[in-house]
Design a protein. Structure first.
Lengths: 319, 250
């Protein structure tokens, strides 16, 4: 018997493992308060990878330049805090307009050509922004970066590096990650989200059903840029330092790696991949500081050979 | 006198030195059952692409219900009531028939930018069920499209176009490649298409053309050779000459 409504709604309901996933993240922060800074870094990387999943996983558009928006958001929050506007929430909100504007302005560059073109174009945008930050030292501190402090969250909870700061910072990042994840989950299951899937699966047919693929790609790219910008702002505020390294190519490459490790397209992949990436880096680099990337590399090879999105399938078995 | 559902006036399309469409004028009346035939290389595909907006004509105009749509993109023409199917399946492999149809319906309802409310809104469900039933897709409604039998995919191809609620529907060889045992479903689906929708059938299969169409246009080397009822076309010496010795058109 056909149940169209249940089929359409099957992905809307929260699964038990999703609830368990988020509870586990809260638990991790409280169980290992001494590692809160690391957890915070992983959560922010997870948000950054989620931003990439919106364009790569949902829409099928590749990017090697997400660091452009990450750095942009980080520097926006840092410059504001340096100028005395140091409320953490204000910093996050302030990161939105620049990321959205640069995202909208550069998205049309993604509409032509194939994947290789897009990789080059996105990479180029990140290079250009990084160089702009480098050249405008009066604003960005140039090669020295910026050191600054941010006010306590809600005027009460320090998110600095001392005392309960790292734990508060991790909880703050988790809350931001959850809110943005929730929104992206709604988006993925909305008519807009399904139209993105249609653009990914068959652009020609999507057009023949009245979907303007170009506009949809531009819109989701801007949303993705905003997510990356907020992730950057979060990192700036919780580490209270920014440097040109935030724009660098390896950031864009790492976040792509994280998403592929966790599996693209189901929104949890970036968070899981970021966790795996950061933990491996931490564990292996403690043992062999020089060679931790060897293991990340080995893992990547295995994952691609065994099949992408393995974790996704394991999870879908658990559903 | 109402305007034709779809009209081409003096369409010309050149590719470099090649004239793929050579001064083609014709019209499809509301609710028509019209066929466009022609030997391989006659320029049928180019003409479809000009009508749907995939290509822009070098000269000439395309009118949709009297409105000049020559400069509009293909997705805008869809919104104005011109839908099409494809000769080679153009579907969404990872989406189910339900999701694909739901997408087409929500785009038609201008909800394609709704990024917050769930896609599983009640108002689309009845229409999806109706389309699934009409196109015999009820057994595979929740399967990923890539796992569907070829004949079912052909049916979904038509169902998707119909979900746009077009005034004009271009069917590009709907029965192409369908195995004999699944052909009946396609023919039944074509026969059951809504009477108020004007249909232009592009087809090689002459049995299908002559059983379906009440009016036939013959395209040869980019030009419209003649137009008429199936009986007139069957009796036309020029058409016979064009098809003489051509295999595989039956």
């Amino acid at each position: 018997m056909m149940d169209v409504l249940a089929h359409l709604r099957r992905r809307e309901r929260w699964r038990w493992w999703e609830i368990a996933f988020w509870l586990a993240l809260i638990a991790v922060i409280f169980v290992w308060p001494s590692r809160a800074a690391l957890v915070n870094e992983a959560l922010i990387a997870g948000l950054f990878a989620l931003s990439l999943d919106l364009i790569l996983g949902l829409t099928g558009v590749v990017s090697l330049g997400q660091a452009a928006f990450f750095g942009l958001g980080a520097y926006t929050a840092a410059i504001l805090a340096n100028a005395g506007y140091d409320d953490p929430l204000l910093g996050l909100v302030a990161a939105v307009p620049p990321a959205a504007i640069v995202g909208l302005a550069t998205a049309p560059l993604l509409l032509r050509g194939a994947d290789l073109t897009r990789l080059m174009v996105t990479m180029g945008v990140a290079l250009m922004l990084g160089e702009l930050a480098n050249q405008n030292g009066w604003l960005t501190g140039g090669a020295d970066g910026l050191n600054f402090t941010v006010a306590p969250l809600f005027g009460r909870f320090s998110i600095g590096s001392i005392g309960e700061g790292p734990r508060n910072a991790a909880l703050f990042s988790l809350a931001v990650l959850f809110v943005l994840f929730f929104a992206s989950r709604r988006l993925a299951r909305s008519p807009f989200g399904i139209s993105l899937a249609a653009v990914r699966e068959n652009r020609l047919r999507a057009g023949a059903l009245g979907v303007s693929s170009s506009r949809r790609v531009i819109a989701i790219y801007a949303v993705s840029a905003v997510y990356a910008g907020i992730a950057g702002a979060l990192l700036a505020e919780t580490t209270q330092i920014v440097s040109l390294d935030l724009f660098e190519f390896h950031r864009s490459a790492d976040v792509l790696l994280m998403l592929i490790i966790g599996g693209a397209g189901y929104l949890y992949g970036g968070i899981i991949g970021a966790g795996v990436f950061i933990v491996i880096r931490d564990v292996v680099s403690a043992a062999t500081p020089e060679y931790w990337e060897f293991w990340i590399g080995a893992m990547l090879v295995v994952l691609v050979l065994v099949g992408r999105g393995r974790i996704a399938r394991l999870l879908s078995l658990a559903r | 006198m109402t305007a034709p559902a779809l009209e081409a006036r003096g369409l010309i399309r050149r590719f470099g030195g090649l004239v793929a469409t050579d001064n083609v004028s014709f019209s499809v009346e509301p609710g028509a059952r019209q066929a466009l035939i022609g030997p391989n290389g006659a320029g049928k595909t180019t003409l479809i692409n000009l009508l749907t907006g995939v290509l822009k004509p070098t000269e000439g105009t395309v009118l949709l219900q009297g409105r000049d749509v020559t400069q509009l993109s293909s997705n805008k023409r869809v919104r104005l009531g011109l839908a099409r199917t494809f000769q080679i399946n153009q579907l969404f492999p990872d989406l189910s028939p339900v999701e694909s149809l739901g997408l087409a319906i929500s785009e038609r309802q201008h909800r394609g930018w709704d990024f917050w409310r769930p896609a599983g809104k009640h108002e689309v469900v009845a229409e999806i069920e109706e389309l699934l039933t009409r196109f015999r897709l009820t057994e595979v409604y929740d399967q990923p499209t890539r796992s569907l039998a070829y004949g079912k995919q052909r049916l979904l191809e038509i169902a998707l176009a119909l979900a746009c609620r077009p005034q004009v529907l271009l069917l590009d060889e709907p029965a192409a490649g369908v195995p004999e045992e699944e052909r009946h479903d396609i023919l039944a689906a074509l026969a059951a298409l809504p009477a108020d929708v004007a249909i232009l059938l592009i087809e090689h299969d002459m049995d299908l053309v002559f059983s379906f169409a009440t009016r036939i246009s013959v395209l040869v080397t980019g030009r419209l050779l003649c137009e008429g009822t199936p009986a007139e076309i069957a009796a036309d010496e020029r058409v016979k000459a064009v098809y003489l010795g051509e295999d595989g058109h039956d």
